[in-house]
Write a protein that binds this ligand. Structure first.
Ligand SMILES: [Zn+2]
Length: 337
């Protein structure tokens, strides 16, 4: 029955077309509706991303992209193989989500990164999909490619429709809110911001490592509702132990079994955290105010240095502005994906 709420979200998302044209609902309702349905649909896309890649069983794979941050054309292996197999190790691609943002000077971080996401949305993803070199040209791969392109065209149609209805400001507002809400949601279910200097990856139990390095979160406390509000990440420890379950509802059903197995083997089961208060706000503060830096082991290198002078200096480095402008250009050509 998972498809019932999923298709409701999809229909609600589509309601933006008549709502924009006829001005059916107030601006804030439309923006909130778009942000919530996009976040919920990303959950559907996420679980389809883990499914068999034949264009049929994973038909909603492309919904992963609806919050403007996902990139289904690369995530079917980037997420499934690199994030899930190498969780929280230096090889985990999810760890790098904020790498580029953190290289930007603090004052310009939000506008420059938002522009990059717009470029990727506008043309970058389509160029990337069309340039993708498939090793074979099987029917399933052509079907998958067509699905990704069709979905990208629907997303672009929403933008052009909003411009046609002279409501591009509403589209821009929902784009901005959706991008930034989901950026912090993506990293909220792991402790990426914690620097573990002495972490060793030798002689570990994979299952125990997944339980210890993924976080469960809640918003309302009602699991079936939180599943949609959290982009499917609320029952995250079960998802990391059993990544090939076909939907987030299966994770909710399996939770007591996974929890009791952990108790049986003496693995600590940390309490779920409040997604908004314990994770979203602290992460937003951290990633928007952290000094401009480049990733390094064991700790990142600050480009401007520490303190007030470091803050001034990081805003005077022309090299970083040049890189940001090139990244914006690269986002339109698909080079940043
Ligand atoms: Zn996953």
């Amino acid at each position: 029955m998972w498809w019932l709420p999923a298709s409701s979200c999809w229909s609600a998302d589509f309601l933006c077309f008549p709502a924009m044209y006829f001005g059916l609902v107030p601006c804030w309702v439309l923006v909130m509706g778009q942000v919530l349905t996009r976040t919920a649909l990303a959950a559907v896309g996420h679980y389809h991303c883990h499914r068999r890649k034949d264009g049929i069983h994973d038909w909603a794979d492309c919904f992963f992209d609806v919050q403007y941050v996902g990139a289904s054309e690369v995530l079917f292996d980037g997420h499934v193989m690199l994030h899930h197999l190498y969780t929280e190790t230096p090889a985990d691609v999810k760890r790098t989500v904020f790498n580029f943002v953190l290289t930007l000077p603090r004052i310009w971080r939000v506008p420059l990164f938002t522009m990059t996401k717009f470029g990727e949305f506008f043309s970058g993803h389509l160029v990337r999909i069309l340039n993708f070199e498939f090793r074979t040209r099987s029917k399933a791969q052509r079907f998958k490619e067509a699905q990704l392109i069709a979905f990208r065209c629907v997303m672009l149609a929403e933008f052009f429709w909003a411009c046609f209805c002279s409501r591009w400001q509403i589209w821009c507002l929902q784009f901005f809110c959706t991008v930034w809400l989901n950026m912090f949601l993506i990293v909220a279910s792991h402790d990426f911001e914690v620097v573990r200097e002495d972490q060793s990856y030798v002689g570990l139990d994979w299952g125990i490592f997944q339980i210890q390095h993924a976080l469960d979160t809640y918003i309302t406390g009602v699991q079936a509702v939180d599943l949609f509000l959290s982009a499917g990440l609320s029952c995250h420890r079960v998802h990391h132990c059993l990544p090939y379950q076909k939907s987030g509802f299966a994770n909710i059903v399996s939770l007591p079994a996974v929890k009791s197995t952990c108790e049986e083997f003496g693995v600590e089961w940390a309490p779920a955290r409040n997604l908004i208060l314990d994770r979203w706000f602290p992460l937003m503060w951290y990633y928007l105010t952290a000094p401009a830096q480049v990733p390094a082991i064991p700790a990142p290198i600050q480009t401007g240095g520490p303190g007030i002078w470091g803050f001034v200096k990081e805003h005077m480095l022309l090299r970083d502005y040049r890189r940001a402008v090139l990244s914006i250009w690269g986002s339109f050509t698909g080079a940043t994906i």
